[in-house]
Write a protein that binds this ligand. Structure first.
Ligand SMILES: NC(=O)c1ccc[n+]([C@@H]2O[C@H](COP(=O)([O-])OP(=O)(O)OC[C@H]3O[C@@H](n4cnc5c(N)ncnc54)[C@H](OP(=O)(O)O)[C@@H]3O)[C@@H](O)[C@H]2O)c1
Length: 327
């Protein structure tokens, strides 16, 4: 065998090993529960309380429920007190855990000293930095957003600043205790540059990079910090789309994402979204960003919006509001 032949055989073997390892690592994401099992008392071992931002509905509400079911007391935060109170009652009735309500608007300036005050005596083991806002569900170009100046401030405050500030408040306690979990909800659209959702997707890229950097900094302190990047989850933000193999219910998504907690510093949180993320990155950008594709996606979302439906708990809340209005 001459030198050239040896070189090509070694090169071929290296390529096979490289892709073999990649495939093996990818295949672990198809069965996270088996590959990354969590001990039974994992969450309550982390601390007494879990804090979930944007927890009055959707993904945040599902995290709050799931963590209470794991034996944690929960702090739930959002703007609407009536909805938070209702969710707090549902959680404590169902799980017997304590629930603390914090009413706040994360798009506003100067809200964090009051939040810090409200959290200061709690032993916080889990933070779910979930709150996020999408300027418009119908995809549109940056300059076409309504009230652009206000939108920029709100998106940066809610999606970016809140993520960082909540970590600043809660991470020191975790570092002192040498344990904790921080979950940052990013988005599948942060996987590639995402025209028509540019501001939103860029804010989620920040969330991911911040989260991954932080994990590298605090891994040896026993703290798990993970970015979770879902695609479709049937919530108000996503226009309450019908659930199917790609669009999950918040409860199914959260259940699945918690199985991925030890699957690395970034996860799509579910098998179908992992495959979707992989597919999205494989499509040539030239095709994805073609004008006709952008128009198709805009029309598709617009049409979907006409087929909205209300989930059962939302209907119940609306009915309660109607009853209150009658009184
Ligand atoms: N749903 C999806 O398909 C999807 C996909 C990818 C990523 N995500 C991300 O997942 C996270 C949760 O989204 P979701 O779909 O569950 O949204 P959602 O159903 O619309 O719920 C948003 C939650 O955040 C609260 N909230 C919104 N704006 C707030 C503000 N300014 N201050 C305080 N609380 C606020 C809302 O309550 P109030 O209105 O009462 O304040 C609600 O509890 C977001 O970060 C989102 O970007 C969602």
């Amino acid at each position: 065998m001459d030198l050239m032949e040896m070189f090509f055989i070694s090169l071929g073997a290296a390529v096979v090993v490289y892709y073999g390892v990649k495939l093996l690592l990818f295949s672990r994401m198809l069965y996270p529960k088996g590959w990354f099992p969590l001990p039974e008392s994992f969450f309550s071992y982390m601390g007494e309380w879990a804090v979930v931002t944007g927890a009055s509905e959707g993904i945040g509400r599902a995290y709050a429920f799931a963590l209470a079911e794991q034996g944690m007391n929960v702090v739930i935060m959002s703007r609407t007190k009536a909805t938070l109170d209702q969710v707090a009652k549902e959680i404590s009735d169902a799980t017997g855990q304590r629930v603390k309500v914090v009413v706040t608007d994360f798009t506003k300036e100067n809200v964090f000293s009051e939040i810090e005050d409200q959290l200061k005596d709690l032993n916080i083991g889990v933070l779910v930095n979930n709150v996020g806002m999408l300027p418009s569900i119908i995809p549109c170009k940056f300059l076409e957003s309504t009230e652009l100046d206000q939108t920029i401030i709100k998106v940066i405050n809610c999606n970016v600043k809140t993520t960082v500030k909540m970590c600043k408040i809660i991470l020191p306690g975790m570092e002192n205790r040498g344990k904790g979990v921080i979950v940052h909800i990013s988005s599948g659209v942060a996987s590639i540059p995402c025209p028509m959702y540019s501001l939103y997707s860029a804010s989620k890229v920040f969330v991911e990079r911040f989260s991954q950097g932080l994990q590298a900094e605090y891994k040896d302190k026993g703290i798990i910090i993970q970015a979770v990047a879902p695609f479709g989850v049937s919530t108000r933000m996503a226009g309450f789309q019908q659930t199917n193999i790609v669009t999950l219910s918040p409860e199914d998504f959260v259940k699945s994402s918690l199985h991925h907690l030890r699957a690395g510093d970034k996860t799509y949180g579910s098998v179908c979204h992992t495959v979707l993320g992989w597919l999205l990155q494989s499509i040539p950008r030239k095709i994805l960003y073609a004008d006709c594709m952008l128009n198709i996606s805009q029309d598709y979302v617009r049409k979907k919006q006409h087929r909205r439906y209300q989930p059962p708990h939302q209907v119940q809340l609306l009915k309660m509001e109607d009853t209150n209005n009658l009184e």
